[in-house]
Design a protein around this ligand. Sequence first.
Ligand SMILES: [Zn+2]
Length: 164
Amino acid sequence: MACRYCNSEEWKSASLVYREGISDIRSNTRAHGLGVGTSGIGLGVGGAKTRGYQQSMLSKAASPPRRGFALALFLAGIAILFTLGAASGSNFPLFDLIIVILCTLGIFYSYQREKRRYDAATAVYAATRVCQRCGQFYRDPYRSKMRSNGVIIRAAELRECSLS
Ligand SMILES: [Zn+2]
């Protein structure tokens, strides 16, 4: 199918767009450094201009989903604090124990929940395509559902979407 905005029929996967957006900037930085080298005296100043890690806007938009375990880490911190409290002869060891058990259950629950969210987001990401001319994101809803069956989906079934 053709992109509805620019009529292009060239597509790339979101993961390829993401990786290319990083390597392009790196090669630009290298080329810049060589160009500065011929000018002699301005060498150090020119080189500093493109220092550091950069990424194109499109590559950022095509970033893969990330795992988030902030809640689990927070609960683990509380559990450790109350374990230390109970071990140091607290006045309320039963209360400490209950808190530790609740935190442990919370860690398990939040880990499972985050894993389900991440797996679903990864399947959707794998089914995301980017128009090569205008950068519009499209998602293949059928493939994201049927991925485990290995079904190959025609581009005509791609739907427009955006990555948040
Ligand atoms: Zn397009």
